[in-house]
Design a protein around this ligand. Structure first.
Ligand code: SF4
Length: 257
């Protein structure tokens, strides 16, 4: 397995009306949800290996729940070498509350074995390219993009359910396939902004552009959004009201897929 960081294919940013609108949306989101990818990521971790584990655990699970189990997991298994040698049944007991714990434990151990073969996941040996990362058991494109953008400082735009929904409502894509949505969004913002755009769309999708009823009247993007009246035509949400006066995002929103 090659161990060099990959350069994404050369992309040409859209500089037409859509590109200009995307730039404005990105800027407004940055004002509303400030911080680096590492600061915006709600999954507690130290280094790419721990983030890889936490992101695998975050499937169908909240970031808060993942953050509750990872301290004990990382205390028991300090690195890929230790987790590679673990009994999956013992791993299951530590991660049971995250759901789908049998398959997650299997993936964690298998992924760690693959990493251990590279050199116990030391910084110099840790895989960085999309191809390398997605070749690991349990690691899909979304998880690989999380690790690249948050832990490795490389271009990566994870597409989760919030990114899918919000980017389509904003008219930034017409697609529903995550890979195509990723490509559309990556063509609209510079690659250094891919990871933070994803994390901010997730924040926005959790706090304002909620699935049940988008709170368009409280949305900083309303003037730029072709779906801005959508919330008025849907049943009332039972969620808490959100207003523009909110200044800091909840740490609930994170990178987890
Ligand atoms: S204006 Fe409404 S539909 Fe558009 S992004 Fe904001 S909350 Fe979502």
């Amino acid at each position: 397995m090659a161990r060099t960081s990959d350069k994404q294919p050369e992309r040409h940013l859209s500089n037409g009306p859509l590109g200009a609108r995307a730039s404005r949306i990105s800027a407004l989101l940055a004002e509303e949800y400030p911080g680096s990818a590492g600061e915006l990521c709600a999954l507690h971790h130290e280094g790419p290996f721990q983030l890889l584990c936490a992101t695998i655990l975050s499937a169908q699970c909240t970031d808060e729940r993942v953050n509750m189990v990872t301290p004990a997991l990382f205390a028991a298994y300090g690195g890929a070498g230790e987790l590679a040698a673990a009994d999956p049944a013992e791993v299951e007991t530590l991660i049971k509350s995250t759901g789908f714990y049998r398959s997650k434990a299997t993936h964690l151990v298998a992924m760690s074995r693959a990493l251990a073969e590279l050199g116990d996941a030391s910084p110099s040996a840790f895989p960085t390219t999309m191809a390398e990362l997605t070749s690991l058991p349990g690691v899909g494109r979304k998880t690989a993009n999380v690790v690249r953008s948050v832990a490795l400082g490389l271009p990566g735009l994870p597409v989760d359910t919030h990114v899918l929904r919000v980017s389509k409502l904003l008219g930034l894509t017409r697609h529903t396939d995550p890979v195509k949505v990723e490509a559309d969004l990556c063509a609209l913002v510079p690659e250094h902004g891919w990871g933070t755009l994803s994390l901010r769309l997730i924040q926005h999708g959790r706090q304002v552009c909620v699935a049940r009823r988008p709170r368009c009247d409280a949305c900083i993007l309303a003037e730029l959004c072709p779906s801005a009246q959508l919330g008025e035509h849907l049943p009332a949400s039972r969620g808490p009201a959100t207003t523009r006066s909110r200044s800091r995002p909840s740490k609930r929103a994170g990178a987890g897929p």
